[in-house]
Design a protein around this ligand. Structure first.
Ligand SMILES: Cc1cc2nc3c(=O)[nH]c(=O)nc-3n(C[C@H](O)[C@H](O)[C@H](O)COP(=O)(O)O)c2cc1C
Length: 211
């Protein structure tokens, strides 16, 4: 059995979750191909420190269904046939990130997902439900068979994770410790989310193996 793990990652969170899923899949006896997506136009590449114009462009772009040309690393990973596809979808503006939507609406998605079970890992600071709903809808429209999806979130409440994430994106260091005198949660996936990647992966893949 062979699975494709497909992700885009600006700040390393989806990449971290994808790596943990790959380890869990291999431990369950699966062959694994990991594929990283990126914007193919260098002018579109997101990097810290972001500025207001860039965060507005990409947040609103995600909300409006914007798509961009992508590259895949390794390039031929996207041309294979797989027994399962695991998608790591970062949330931008409460929607799937622009790269994830760009993939899901591309001919490449039809080729790789057609008739193939797929699972969704929603990587975000907090807002996940709409992202998951759209990934499911677009994946099924591309011919995929939805296996399940779960959120993998940052620590802290709505306000703390929002302040931490916004300020993190506008800086280059490890993130603020405090804001206006109040302690902030750290940036990145929570320990609870990290611990859940392997069991969720085993569960998804077991359903494919047993089918
Ligand atoms: C442009 C942009 C918009 C974002 N909008 C949201 C949002 O609306 N809700 C949310 O929970 N997280 C939002 N985030 C935070 C990311 O989903 C979160 O930091 C995620 O862990 C990033 O994954 P990555 O490191 O793999 O890129 C946004 C991040 C970026 C860069």
């Amino acid at each position: 059995m062979h699975c494709l793990i497909l992700y885009y990652s600006m700040t390393g969170q989806a990449e971290k979750a994808a790596g943990l899923a790959a380890d869990a899949a291999r431990a369950a006896g699966w062959d694994v191909t990991c594929c990283r997506m990126a914007m193919s136009d260098p002018a579109d590449v997101l990097a810290r420190p972001m500025n207001v114009a860039a965060s507005k462009k990409w947040t609103q772009g995600a909300q409006k269904g914007m798509t961009v040309p992508l590259t895949y690393d390794p390039p031929d990973a996207i041309n294979g046939r797989y027994d399962a596809v695991l998608l790591f979808s970062n949330t931008w503006g409460d929607h799937p990130s622009v790269p994830m939507r760009s993939f899901l609406e591309s001919p490449a998605a039809k080729a790789v997902l057609s008739g193939t079970p797929f699972g969704a890992y929603i990587v975000c600071r907090r807002l996940w439900q709409k992202n998951l709903d759209i990934v499911r809808q677009l994946g099924e429209a591309a011919g995929g068979c939805f296996l399940g999806g779960e959120p993998f979130m940052h620590p802290g409440g709505q306000i703390g994770s929002l302040i931490q994430t916004i300020t993190y994106l506008y800086r280059t260091d490890g993130g603020r410790r405090r804001f206006a005198g109040f302690p902030l949660p750290r940036y990145g996936l929570s320990d609870e989310a990290v611990a859940r990647v392997a069991p969720f992966t085993r569960n998804l893949l077991a359903r494919v193996s047993q089918a």
